[in-house]
Design a protein around this ligand. Structure first.
Ligand SMILES: N[C@@H](CCC(=O)N[C@@H](CS)C(=O)NCC(=O)O)C(=O)O
Length: 207
């Protein structure tokens, strides 16, 4: 049964495309673009009633939420980056939820704000977001002080999900200097061939 990933690569869909590349699985990409109203058509709303991307169809399974899709794909296509026991799976879930709750609200605000003309940007809120991020960054930095990867001593879906949520912090030039372990880990994640390939596809997308 074939896998379809819905969503323009210039969106959170790139997280799922990164995952598919890591796993070496074949997929079709239907580049549904919310900015063109394509996520609000009756056909797409039948797939994802939220009107958001990404979504995925794998045989009879239709699902949304980028990080949940990645956890599913890791479980289905067992590889080195898949959790290998319930404990690793629990920690991969923990880290994914951590990324969504502690990082994403600020990283997404910062990237969306930065795309506005300077005089329309909310500079105080941007400064506040960067400040708020320092606390989870310190948590991550301390944890990475004596380990290279988040779970199981190797790159896994936990790293992929957290690094992809942190992706927007690169273009907004978040200051990683006080968090050298995070900086090193983030670079190692982003330098993986599958991550580079997904980013190239993301950048090539013309909206
Ligand atoms: N938590 C969801 C967020 C999905 C989401 O908000 N995607 C954005 C694109 S990056 C979207 O579809 N926005 C369209 C809209 O809000 O109308 C996920 O991670 O999949």
């Amino acid at each position: 049964m074939s896998l379809t990933i819905y969503g323009t690569p210039a969106s959170r869909t790139s997280r799922v495309i990164w995952m598919a590349y890591e796993l070496g699985i074949e997929f079709d990409n239907d580049p549904v673009n919310p900015r063109k109203g394509e996520a609000r058509t009756p056909e797409y709303l039948a797939i994802n009633p939220n009107g958001h991307v990404p979504s995925m169809r794998d045989g009879d399974l239709v699902m949304w939420e980028s990080l949940a899709i990645n956890l599913y794909l890791a479980k289905k296509h067992v590889s080195e980056i898949s959790p290998k026991d319930p404990e690793e799976e629990a920690l991969a879930t923990q880290w994914s939820m951590w990324g969504l709750n502690e990082i994403e609200p600020y990283s997404i605000f910062l990237i969306q704000n930065s795309r506005k003309p300077d005089d329309q940007q909310d500079h105080p809120r941007a400064a506040d977001s960067s400040e708020t991020l320092k606390s989870p960054m310190k948590v991550l930095d301390d944890i990475l002080a004596d380990r290279e990867w988040l779970v199981g001593g190797r790159f896994t879906v936990a790293d992929l999900n957290v690094a992809s949520v942190m992706g927007p912090l690169r273009p907004v030039k978040f200051d990683f200097e006080p968090f050298p372990n995070v900086a090193k880990w983030f670079l190692a994640c982003a330098s993986r061939p599958a991550a580079v390939k997904a980013r190239e596809l993301q950048m090539a997308q013309v909206d």
